[in-house]
Design a protein around this ligand. Structure first.
Ligand SMILES: Cc1cc2nc3c(=O)[nH]c(=O)nc-3n(C[C@H](O)[C@H](O)[C@H](O)COP(=O)(O)O)c2cc1C
Length: 158
């Protein structure tokens, strides 16, 4: 096994949730990218982070963005997760979207939403770390199972 594969496998042992990061394009469309590198960072000030691959087609779109929304996916949103992980337009249909008080585009049915102003972009190897300052947060009112990712595949709660 080569070193790259060994490292990927080791990273993949860390089970995570799955989020879609949404932004609004200059034309007003809602774009989404599936990500599992999301992490909460700080409560005071309220900061979160996630990482964008340098070779992503979405690099230019995120470079021009000033805000993003983190949508924490439910187990029922696997299809949407797959759709927003395909190279291409990354456009979300209006039927999936609602607008928050901060004007950010949120995915309906997500477990939680975090409306963020981009606080910092940090170059880090083959990714850019996006730090967001959370300006709005909400949670699903009824408990819903999360979408999980483990060893390179979706997983359920044991
Ligand atoms: C579960 C899952 C987690 C992912 N996490 C990340 C991530 O943290 N950062 C990232 O840049 N891409 C991540 N990706 C890949 C992107 O969603 C997308 O597939 C990839 O960037 C190719 O599309 P693009 O070139 O249009 O960006 C993930 C994909 C999946 C399915």
């Amino acid at each position: 096994m080569n070193e790259h594969r060994r490292l990927r496998n080791a990273f993949g042992q860390f089970g995570t949730g799955v989020v879609i990061i949404t932004i609004t394009s200059p034309q007003g469309n809602t774009l989404g990218l599936t990500v599992n590198s999301f992490s909460s960072v700080s409560l005071d000030p309220p900061l979160v982070s996630w990482c964008l691959a340098n070779n992503s087609d979405m690099m230019a779109r995120f470079a021009e963005a000033e805000r993003f929304c983190v949508n924490i996916l439910s187990a029922e949103q696997e299809d949407l997760s797959n759709a927003m992980a395909q190279p291409g337009t990354h456009e979300l249909a209006p039927s999936h979207i609602e607008t928050s008080a901060t004007g950010d585009k949120r995915i309906i049915g997500a477990l939680a939403h975090l409306d963020c102003r981009i606080h910092e972009r940090i170059m880090a190897g083959d990714h850019v770390i996006y730090m967001g300052y959370v300006e709005g947060a909400d949670c699903a009112e009824t408990p819903v199972a999360p979408l999980l990712y483990f060893r390179g595949a979706y997983a359920g709660l044991a």
